[in-house]
Design a protein around this ligand. Structure first.
Ligand code: ATP
Length: 318
């Protein structure tokens, strides 16, 4: 099943789980709409052929949902009864940390085998260097910022571009470096309004007539990206300031090759762990290896950003 926010690569992971099951002669069932579908018994039998033509599709063919009912004991009881009634022995949950928390609670109550596959564009999950969808989202952002730069430089404008990332700056930091942003503002580091102004003044003195500032949704430098833009416009009248919020387009689109390959590898590992009687684990990427991390550790651990990239970004704006 897929649960929580959708991300590109979820379909490729569904395909991989189903085909790995078929390879090992294990039957597989798709659960629609995450935990809500589990509670309602919204299941579909999947075969190797049912997952054809989806590796390149964004979103999730199984749909996704957030289920309040699964947060209750009665909800989880209904879900358990449906799984047993349908002869389901284990569940692979493709989602974010909320979905894994639900899985851990469910496992504690019913001792039901669960394996997690990290699927979220935010990349904020411990136990994997990359979550499914993150690489695609980065490419989407870089492409969008490149286009914004065309108009910024034609009109000598300063653009504040807001990207997703309420608690983590992975997208902002990497897309910012990749798109050559002058400043990158992330939730993990509040560099302050004054420092940002100084940096923009410096760029101006260095002869730059247009600039791009990439701001993560959860950045704390200002109230929000519009307030930031207003502050800069008031204090740096030389610049004509504009704001662009990339929004949900970052979550959609055909997954990158990286995400498709990662999804395929994670799906195989998830099924093989279950066949090996392993449970309560999340599969992830470490270096070039696929590894398994305790699900609880994956939820509680912190995936820290690479601050060296901030230094690289500073040097690049010289
Ligand atoms: P995203 O990263 O996109 O937000 P997520 O998997 O973290 O994805 P959530 O909405 O946090 O998304 O969680 C998905 C679902 O998991 C919830 O709607 C709920 O059904 C279930 N869930 C989350 N936390 C718990 C919990 N403590 N107990 C039971 N179920 C939970």
């Amino acid at each position: 099943m897929t649960s929580g926010g959708d991300s590109p690569g979820m379909n490729a992971a569904i395909r991989s789980v189903v085909r790995t099951c078929a390879y090992y002669s294990v039957e597989s069932v798709g659960i629609y709409r995450g935990y809500q579908g589990m509670i309602e018994g919204d299941f579909v039998t999947l075969t190797a052929r049912s997952v054809k033509g989806i590796i390149n599709k964004g979103g999730t063919i199984l749909k996704s949902a957030r289920s309040k009912e699964f947060m209750t004991e009665e909800g989880r009881k209904k879900a358990y009864e449906n799984l047993i009634e349908n002869n389901i022995d284990a569940v692979v949950v493709i989602g974010g940390d909320g979905s894994f928390t639900g899985g851990v609670v469910f496992n504690q109550e019913y001792n039901f085998p669960i394996i997690g596959i990290p699927g979220t564009i935010d990349n904020d999950i411990y136990g994997t260097s990359h979550t499914l969808g993150y690489d695609t989202a980065l490419n989407t952002c870089v492409e969008a910022i490149d286009k914004i730069r065309d108009t910024a430089s034609s009109h000598n404008r300063l653009f504040f571009v807001e990207v997703m990332g309420r608690d983590a700056g992975f997208i902002a930091l990497n897309a910012g470096v990749g798109a050559g942003a002058e400043e990158i503002l992330i939730p993990e580091e509040n560099l302050g309004l004054e420092r940002m102004l100084e940096s923009l003044k410096k760029s101006r003195r260095a002869g730059k007539s247009s600039s791009i500032v990439v701001v993560a949704e959860g950045d704390r430098t200002g109230e929000n990206v519009f307030e930031l833009a207003k502050y800069v416009e008031e204090n740096l009248p030389l610049y004509e300031v504009r704001v662009s919020v990339l929004g949900h387009m970052q979550r959609g689109g055909s997954p990158s090759c990286f995400d498709r390959v990662l999804a395929s590898r994670l799906g195989v590992k998830a099924v093989e762990l279950l066949l090996d009687d392993k449970t309560n684990l999340m599969v992830g990427l470490k270096g070039s290896d696929i590894i398994a991390t305790d699900l609880e550790k994956a939820i509680k651990g912190v995936h820290s950003i690479n601050t060296e990239l901030l230094r690289v970004s500073d040097i690049m704006t010289t």
